[in-house]
Design a protein around this ligand. Structure first.
Ligand code: NDP
Length: 295
C-alpha cells in the first residue's frame, strides 16, 4: 500500500516557503492596521561564517515581510551575563515581539541560561524550556521553526499524518525531538532513531513518513524506504565539491517515495518562513489580538 499513490512528487519547499512568507506579509499589514508594529531582534555572537549568512538571510526576509528588525552583533568574547542582559532588555522592550539567539554560540558561552532568560512569548525559535514543555504537553506555544516547517510541508502537500507511522532519524533538541512531538500531537505513531539504533534500515522501512535529520550525506538509501512513503530530508551537508547534499540518496529515493523534499529547496527554506510566522503570532498575542483573526 502507498500513501498517495505511486507517482513520485517533489515537494517544492521554495514555493511553499514563499507562500507562507506572503501570508505572513499580509498578517503584518493587518497588525500594522491595528496599531501593532511587529519587531524581531536577532542576536548574533561571534563571526561564524555560516551563522553570519543565516542571520543576514533572516534579517532580509523579515524586513521584506514588513517587520522592524534589529540585529545585535556581539563579539565572541562577550560575557555570559552581558549577553543575558541584552535578552532582559529586549524582553522588557514592547516594540520587540520576537527574540532569536543564533546558535551555536562560540565556545565558552552556554545557551541554556539564555534560553531560560527569554520571555517565552517572545521565544520565536521555540527552544526555551516553557515552549518545549508546552509542545510535549500538546499545548499552544512557539514551535521550533525547522520542525514546524516540516509539518507545514506535509500539510500543504496533502500528506495525511493522523494514524500514519512516522520514523525520524535524529534526536536533536533542534529538529528530531520537537518534530516527534509535533507529529505525535497530530496523531502519528512516532519512532525516533539515533546513532545507537540497531538495524536502522529495518525501522525506516516501516515508515509512511520518513524524516532524515542526521547530518550525514546520502546515508538513507532507496532500499531503506517503504514504497510510497513520504520522505522529508532535513540534512544539509556540503561536499568537498561545494555541492549541498541531503541525508537521503535523492536519485534512489525519488524512485521509491510518493513524495520527497530535495536538498536544497526542500525543508531548508521553511525555517525562515516559520520564524516569520512565529514572530507575527507573537506580535498578535503581545498586542492583545487573536493571531487567527489575521487570516
Ligand atoms: P545533530 O548533530 O544535533 O543531531 C544528529 C542526530 O543524528 C543525532 O541524534 C545523532 O544520534 C543522529 N545520528 C548521527 N549519526 C547517525 C547514524 N549513523 N545513524 C543514526 N543516527 C545518527 O544535528 P541537527 O539535528 O542539528 O541537524 C541534522 C541535520 O539537519 C544537519 O545536516 C543540519 O545541517 C540540518 N539542519 C537543517 C536545518 C534547516 O533545514 N533549516 C535546520 C537544522 C539542521 P545521537 O543522538 O545518538 O548522537
Amino acid at each position: 500500500m502507498t500513501i498517495e499513490g505511486m507517482e513520485t512528487k517533489i515537494i517544492d519547499g521554495k514555493r511553499i516557503a514563499a507562500e507562507v512568507r506572503e501570508e505572513v506579509r499580509l498578517r503584518v499589514e493587518k497588525l500594522r492596521a491595528k496599531g501593532v508594529e511587529p519587531g524581531l531582534c536577532v542576536i548574533l555572537v561571534g563571526d561564524d561564517p555560516a551563522s553570519q549568512v543565516y542571520v543576514r538571510n533572516k534579517d532580509r526576509a523579515a524586513t521584506k515581510a514588513g517587520f522592524q528588525v534589529e540585529t545585535v552583533r556581539l563579539p565572541a568574547d562577550v560575557g555570559q551575563e552581558e549577553l543575558e542582559q541584552v535578552i532582559f532588555e529586549r524582553n522588557a522592550n514592547p516594540s520587540v515581539h520576537g527574540i532569536l539567539v543564533q546558535l551555536p554560540l562560540p565556545p565558552g558561552l552556554d545557551p541554556e541560561p539564555l534560553l531560560r532568560a527569554l520571555d517565552p512569548r517572545k521565544d520565536v525559535d521555540g527552544l526555551g524550556p516553557a515552549n518545549v514543555a508546552a509542545l510535549w504537553r500538546g499545548q499552544d506555544g512557539m514551535q521550533p521553526c525547522t520542525p514546524a516547517g516540516c509539518i507545514e510541508l506535509l500539510e500543504r502537500s496533502g500528506v495525511t499524518i493522523e494514524g500514519r507511522r512516522a520514523v525520524i532519524v535524529g534526536r536533536s533538541p533542534l529538529v528530531g525531538k520537537p518534530l516527534a512531538a509535533l507529529l505525535l500531537n497530530r496523531n502519528a505513531t512516532v519512532t525516533i532513531c539515533h546513532s545507537r539504533t540497531q538495524d536502522l534500515a529495518r525501522v525506516t522501512r516501516e515508515a509512511d513518513i520518513l524524516v532524515a535529520a542526521v547530518g550525514r550525506a546520502e546515508m538513507v538509501r532507496g532500499s531503506w524506504i517503504k514504497p510510497g512513503a513520504c520522505v522529508l530530508d532535513v540534512g544539509i551537508n556540503r561536499g568537498e565539491d561545494g555541492r549541498l547534499r541531503g541525508d537521503v540518496a535523492f536519485a534512489e529515493a525519488r524512485e521509491i517515495a510518493s513524495k520527497i523534499t530535495p536538498v536544497p529547496g526542500g525543508v531548508g527554506p521553511m525555517t525562515i518562513a516559520m520564524l516569520l510566522s512565529n514572530t507575527a503570532r507573537a506580535a498578535a498575542n503581545l498586542g492583545g489580538l487573536d493571531p487567527d483573526s489575521l487570516d
